[in-house]
Design a protein around this ligand. Structure first.
Ligand code: OOG
Ligand code: MG
Length: 253
């Protein structure tokens, strides 16, 4: 396996919004090789000015695992260039075939430098917010294996964060809805995220640190989608609401 070459292929697929064939059809990868490609892919972005902004967890809900046909937790890296302002615009032509999904985002308030248990996680988080994730596979037809999607930075492409809320409120059993042009297109519960979205913070601390990725103050942790994802089209107004936490949205242009 030539990790650098594969990372470059994925990088240019992303920059040119031009999807490629699955790399798992060409080379057999294990999980650690897939994460190595992801790390190199991120270096390509950092070299061009992007900055690490946090991590995203993936396949933390049954709905997502079933939609994508995989069955393991994954994590990817967020950069500052992926952030779309709440109420702002996302440019569809920047993506290969973008989808959107409703999430919850955590803001790190105290550096996470070790694996955290559930109680400890709360002490490291300053705030929590309703969020939307724009995912965009760099593979044709949005089809991939687990190692493919890990190498492709877990389809990370954009994220939108709403108003920060007090993290001491309970995060279980909150209704999460995604609206497109004021119509509810997906509905789920915050408990669909690992039974309790706080567990995403614990898994982020375990997986990112094992890979040498620290989570400094100000880092975002996207907990993973509560529902299946929906394709984006020009002209859509997308909104996610989380019960008791308000809403977040953007326009597709
Ligand atoms: C992979 C990313 C999964 C989530 O929240 O489960 C993910 C994909 O579905 O393309 O972001
Ligand atoms: Mg996601």
């Amino acid at each position: 396996m030539n990790a650098e070459l594969l990372a470059q292929k994925l990088f240019w697929a992303e920059v040119n919004s031009s999807p490629i064939g699955q790399i798992s059809k060409e080379v057999l990868l294990d999980l650690s090789q897939a994460y190595e490609i992801q790390e190199r892919l991120l270096l390509c972005h950092y070299e061009r000015g992007a900055k690490f902004a946090g991590v995203k967890m993936g396949f933390t809900s049954q709905a997502k695992m079933e939609q994508m046909g995989v069955n393991d937790l994954i994590w990817g890296r967020l950069t500052d260039k992926m952030l779309v302002e709440d109420g702002g615009d996302a440019y569809l032509e920047r993506y290969c075939h973008a989808r959107v999904e409703p999430e919850i985002c955590f803001l790190v308030g105290k550096e996470i430098d070790r694996e955290l248990g559930l109680e400890e996680a709360m002490g490291h988080v300053e705030a929590v917010a309703p969020a939307l994730e724009i995912i965009d596979s760099r593979y044709k037809d949005f089809r991939f294996s687990l190692t493919d999607v890990i190498a492709d930075n877990c389809s990370a492409a954009g994220f939108v964060v709403g108003q920060w809320c007090d993290p001491s409120e309970r995060l279980e059993g909150l209704i999460i809805e995604m609206h497109i042009n004021e119509v509810v297109v997906e509905r789920g519960s915050s408990s669909d995220i690992l039974g309790n979205p706080w567990l995403s913070v614990c898994h982020a601390s375990r997986l990112a640190l094992a890979a040498g990725q620290a989570l400094p103050v100000g880092a975002y942790i996207m907990a993973g989608a509560a529902t299946a994802a929906v394709y984006l089209h020009k002209g859509q107004r997308v909104k996610a609401s989380v019960q008791g936490m308000g809403s977040v949205g953007f326009n597709v242009i």
